[in-house]
Design a protein. Structure first.
Length: 507
């Protein structure tokens, strides 16, 4: 987003800028250098691992000791954080109180971010700019996440019947300082925090974990207290629900204002969303963890992996209901019942209006303001070799470059897989293929398209054989040639990816 705004509202070059960002975070360690330059060290660990599988292999050992150097020595990670030792004697425990525990000062990251982003980030629909949403969690009230928005609110907010005006940076109360604020909590305990667009504090509030020093703090206008914000991943590491809610709230208000002003706008309902979910944690690790390191690592993956499958299903169902209701309304209008349709649409919704954020919602709001999803693309990843607890804090060049290469493969395979699934769904929706036929093709396609099968279990020859079998099934179907190619082409790309790998296995 920062590059987009600095580059005259163009995404061109953003991938290169992202790589530059990660290049600046790479930091070699003693272990990274030792394992990379000394084959004897690497072979010794692998030999010990072969004799006793309870001992780590060379790659796991390299990562573990690199993470240890970053997290548990004063060195830290340049451009990211400084590691700060702390001593405590809360329980007078001789087994722990003589050893330090560590916190992390992210002042370096704050400075580093400013090299890539011109803060604050303030975007708008009127300028045709994208919207940036970040999520955080209030550690004193985590009933709901704190959603931080680059779009300005369309209305002022009131507390106890009084309008609250944000303060400008000079301390004066002025509406010119904008309407960037977040409301969160429940009806019994509501919080309102103001900010001036997305700045470094908002970025860090959405990213800093439990052991960070100086978490961002912000005043709550509703209670007069100061709130401390942590990484929103503790509540939802894939905030699809928060995205849908923010999208719905913005467009419901926009459409109400449009109708109220009588302006002739081309947008008459909430635009559809096409969502890409990039899962940073593996969904299908191969092995059952047995030692403490892998148990802790697996727990972290479970806590922070993508949990949006149900939210996606609900969104699809609501999209279908909204589309069906819209078609029924148009049918009624065509039969001369326009006045009755408008009367029904202007009625207050009954059940959903009991929820605070939906108060005064009409059936028209539900029909034209409900967020609709056209597609959800899921980019899944596999567990890489040498996984160990704390892997998200491994900033060695070997690891980061390896993750970039693996991410490119995972993304291509995931997108290819989704293209086949969407193509089959379109054929079923258009009445060209039955549901039973679609299920048959998807079942066969799994032999070609399942990432775990491709990179963990299948040899290259088996993948090619499965692909050829899949092609024969598609070619035998009585469907248009261009539709066949849409399904066959992604499989061809997957075979090409696997063919470049060493016996179809990740190195």
């Amino acid at each position: 987003m920062g590059h987009y705004l600095k580059n005259n509202n163009s995404w061109r070059g953003s991938a290169e800028k992202l790589l530059e960002f990660w290049e600046g975070l790479m930091c070699p360690t003693i272990a990274d250098d030792l394992f990379g330059r000394n084959p004897l060290v690497q072979s010794s660990w692998d030999y010990l691992h072969a004799i006793n599988p309870g001992i780590a292999d060379a790659e796991s050992a390299r990562r573990f000791w690199s993470i240890f150097e970053f997290a548990f020595t004063p060195r830290g990670v340049p451009n990211m954080y400084e590691s700060v030792p702390k001593w405590g004697s809360k329980f007078l425990n001789p087994f722990t109180d003589f050893l330090p525990w560590w916190q992390y000062d992210y002042k370096q990251l704050r400075s580093y971010l400013s090299k890539f982003v011109e803060f604050p980030i303030k975007t708008s629909l009127e300028k045709g700019q994208p919207r940036l949403l970040l999520t955080s969690v209030d550690v004193q009230d985590y009933a709901t996440p704190v959603v931080l928005d680059s779009y300005e609110k369309q209305h002022d907010v009131s507390v106890n019947g009084k309008t609250v005006i944000a303060k400008a940076e000079n301390g004066s109360s002025s509406s010119s300082s904008g309407r960037w604020y977040s409301e969160y909590g429940n009806s019994e305990n509501t919080h309102i925090v103001f900010y001036d667009g997305i700045g470094p504090d908002q970025v860090l509030a959405s990213a800093l974990g439990k052991y960070a020093l100086d978490h961002p703090e912000i005043e709550d206008k509703a209670t007069g207290t100061v709130r401390q914000l942590w990484d929103g991943g503790y509540l939802s590491n894939t905030p699809l629900r928060e995205l849908l809610t923010a999208h719905k709230n913005y467009w419901m208000e926009y459409l109400r204002k449009t109708r109220g002003s009588g302006s002739n706008r081309s947008i008459t309902r909430t635009p559809e969303l096409e969502v890409y979910i990039v899962n940073l944690h593996p969904l299908a690790p191969r092995d059952i963890p047995e030692d403490k390191d892998l148990i802790d690592d697996r727990e972290s993956d479970i806590l922070f992996h993508d949990r949006t499958t149900y939210d996606e299903q609900v969104a699809y169902v609501m999209t279908d209901f909204v589309d069906m209701a819209g078609e029924l309304a148009e049918l009624a209008r065509s039969k001369g019942l326009s006045e009755k349709v408008e009367e029904i649409l202007d009625r207050k919704a009954k059940t959903i209006a009991r929820v605070d954020e939906y108060k005064f919602t009409t059936y028209r709001d539900l029909l034209y303001g409900k967020p609709r999803i056209s597609k959800v693309w899921r980019i899944d990843r596999l567990e890489s070799a040498g996984a160990t607890f704390g892997k998200v804090t491994d900033f060695t060049p070997s690891t980061i470059r390896g993750l970039i290469r693996a991410g490119e493969i995972d993304a291509r395979i995931s997108i290819d897989r989704m293209e086949v699934v969407f193509a089959i769904e379109d054929l079923i929706s258009d009445g060209i293929m039955s549901i039973e036929e679609g299920d048959e093709i998807i079942k066969e396609a799994r032999e070609v398209l399942t990432t775990e099968q491709l990179l963990y279990r299948k040899r290259k020859e088996e993948v090619i054989e499965a692909y050829n079998r899949f092609v024969k099934i598609i070619e035998a179907k009585d469907i248009p040639l261009d539709r066949k190619e849409v399904m066959i082409s992604p499989g061809r790309d997957i075979v090409a990816i696997v063919s470049k790998a060493d016996n179809a296995k990740r190195v």
